[in-house]
Design a protein around this ligand. Structure first.
Ligand SMILES: [Fe+2]
Ligand SMILES: [Fe+2]
Length: 176
């Protein structure tokens, strides 16, 4: 796996959990999934924000200097998207703490819509441009640095644990 393959993989994991959480909200199944709501909050605060967005900001966005001005101009918008996503994840935590499951559902849908747009922008307008403009050696170094960093910060089993949760939630939602 390389840097951009890993980012694409992160996006798949994010999209699966976002889709599951949106489906729970739309069918008003929050009460039924109450035992999983703290894990959902943890997933967005830790996997989406602390891991994925932090990885992009610290190790991937610096490589944007190799891309065209048009792509570089997207950076402030992408960073703003990350802040908004964190705010929404924190709102989910607040809704849960207040026991407001209706609010939890509303924020879930907002987070889904926000991240759907953000991930699509990155996948269509940012990563393809970086893949062709960043020297492969630099991408490889960023990949190694990022993985060493997050192994230290979050533990070597962090992504495996998050993916287990992704699979669990998806399976339970599908009635498996
Ligand atoms: Fe991002
Ligand atoms: Fe991303």
């Amino acid at each position: 796996m390389g840097l951009f393959t890993q980012i694409a993989h992160d996006h798949t994991v994010l999209r699966t959990v976002l889709g599951a959480v949106k489906a729970i909200a739309e069918k008003e199944r929050q009460e039924e999934f109450k035992d999983q709501l703290p894990r959902i909050v943890d997933f967005f605060q830790m996997f989406m924000d602390e891991y994925h967005h932090h990885k992009e900001e610290r190790f991937v966005f610096p490589l944007i200097e190799h891309a065209s001005q048009e792509v570089r101009d997207l950076l402030p918008d992408l960073l703003g998207d990350h802040r908004r996503a964190k705010d929404l994840a924190d709102s989910l935590a607040s809704a849960l703490q207040a026991g407001d499951l209706r609010r939890f559902g509303q924020v879930s849908v907002q987070l889904y819509d926000h991240m759907d747009e953000h991930i699509s922008e990155e996948d269509q307008d940012v990563w393809p441009a970086l893949k062709v403009s960043v020297p492969p050696k630099l991408a490889e170094a960023a990949f190694i640095d990022a993985n060493n960093f997050f192994d230290r910060q979050l533990g070597t089993d962090f992504t495996a644990r998050m993916e287990l949760f992704e699979m669990y939630l998806k399976t339970r939602l599908e009635g498996g």
